[in-house]
Design a protein around this ligand. Structure first.
Ligand code: G
Ligand code: MN
Length: 412
């Protein structure tokens, strides 16, 4: 794409005129095979197809969207006033969909092959419209190379957009819950399940919980996310528990919930609503969460412990832990981080560390839980070391409720 000076000036002016507060997008639409078509049928045919494409783009997009012909086979479109990243993505998808029907070009039906690239405005673009255009261009290069119909530009401010989308996702129920079994090593029975949130985003694909929980915290959405997940999890767990009263459920709490008032009340209320006894619930808290504010989190967790709720220290051994908090921390189980457990089969030092951590758990009257058990050898070592509970792909991946039910019925 080679944009002439004059055209570039116009596009820049358009980008600069977008008010700072509103977000906007830049959509590049590239037509494949125009050169081949021109070689085959002549300039008029090639040009007629591009013009028919421009007409249809005008019909598909909103009146405020500005379409520029930026190259013989390319359009550059400014999408002003986007409500969210998803809003821009919807526009791109709509373009692709509307071009699935052939165009009438000089009396012949023709299907242009479109490749799209979408870039979202960030604060720095106000100062440099060319930067935004270049981001879109490199995304288009990527799309063309990898034969994708749509590519999104890398975005320095992607997180801002992502936060918007997470807010929408919470409202629109785009998050789902999966359950991973925890197995009692002696009886080999599933005693508990850990609920893991999954966010399958239309724009971003599958996003790991660690990532969207951090995002939620940055965006001040941690309370909403906690409220949503506690209720969504218990809603699915309640009927499971009616069938298997012994089955417990573990929920991961975001480190930030402890600075939030009323978390205890919120959890107790949710348990009451779903008719679940506190003893059936385990709250998983990372060391980091505890270290951030040991007093506040200990107090909060102690109140919950007093009601009967269980507490697990998650990802133990990872991050910067000091053992001091263990002195007073009201945990019922210690979950040994998978970075120690997964390599056990081939790594004697990892085995010694796990053995020591199991010792710490037992000396402090906690159950020892090994996370990330990926093979039978590891499970055998853990059994020999007296570890209580195991969790990991070898014993079951995170799964949805129907699959979990099948699994539980099979063990009956
Ligand atoms: O931080 P926490 O331990 O709650 O995170 C659990 C994560 O670990 C989940 O995303 C889950 O999918 C993943 N996980 C569970 N079992 C295994 C395993 O055996 N191997 C690996 N690599 N990941 C696992
Ligand atoms: Mn966990």
């Amino acid at each position: 794409m080679l944009i002439g000076r004059e055209l570039l000036g116009q596009i820049e002016a358009s980008i600069l005129s977008q008010s700072e507060s509103s977000r906007f997008g830049l959509l590049l639409v590239h037509l494949r095979g125009i050169r081949q078509l021109t070689a085959l049928l002549g300039f008029d045919a090639g040009e007629a197809l591009v013009q028919a494409t421009e007409l249809r783009l005008g019909e598909v997009l909103r009146p405020i969207d500005q379409i520029w012909r930026s190259a013989p086979d390319e359009f550059l479109i400014v999408l002003p006033q986007l409500l969210s990243a998803n809003h821009g993505l919807l526009a791109a998808r709509k373009v692709l969909r509307e071009f699935e029907a052939p165009l009438n070009v000089q009396g012949r039906p023709m299907m242009p092959l479109l490749t799209l690239a979408l870039a979202f405005s960030s604060d720095s673009d106000a100062a440099s419209p060319q930067h935004l255009i270049r981001r879109a261009m490199s995304a288009l290069e990527r799309a063309l190379e990898s034969n994708n119909r749509l590519a999104l530009a890398d975005d320095a401010n992607a997180d801002l957009w992502l936060q918007d989308d997470l807010r929408d996702a919470l409202v629109n129920n785009e998050l789902s819950i999966q359950f991973q079994p925890l197995v009692d090593i002696r009886s080999r029975r599933v005693t508990s399940v850990e609920a893991l949130a999954r966010w399958r985003s239309a724009r971003h694909g599958v996003i790991a919980p660690s990532r969207f929980i951090a995002l939620a915290e940055q965006a001040g959405l941690a309370p909403e996310l906690t409220r949503w997940s506690v209720n969504a999890i218990l809603r699915e767990y309640a009927p499971l528990r009616r069938q298997m009263p012994q089955l417990r459920c573990a929920i991961n709490l975001s480190p930030k919930v402890f600075s939030q008032s009323g978390i205890e009340g919120q959890i107790s209320a949710a348990l009451a609503i779903w008719g679940i006894p506190p003893e059936s619930l385990t709250l998983e808290v990372t060391e980091t969460a505890v270290m951030d504010d040991p007093e506040l989190s200990s107090a909060t967790l102690r109140h919950l412990r007093d009601t009967g709720v269980r507490v697990a220290i998650d990802d133990f051994g990872q991050g910067y832990s000091s053992f001091t908090y263990l002195k007073h921390f009201p945990a019922t189980e210690l979950k040994i981080d998978q970075s120690f457990v997964t390599p056990m089969a081939g790594d004697p030092r990892a085995r010694q560390l796990v053995r020591s951590m199991i010792g710490i758990a037992h000396h402090l009257d906690m159950e020892a839980v090994a996370e990330g058990v990926e093979d039978a050898t590891t499970l055998a070592y853990l059994a020999e070391m007296g570890c209580d509970i195991a969790q990991g792909y070898h014993l079951g991946r995170p799964m949805d409720v129907p699959e979990l039910l099948q699994r539980l019925r099979a063990q009956e």
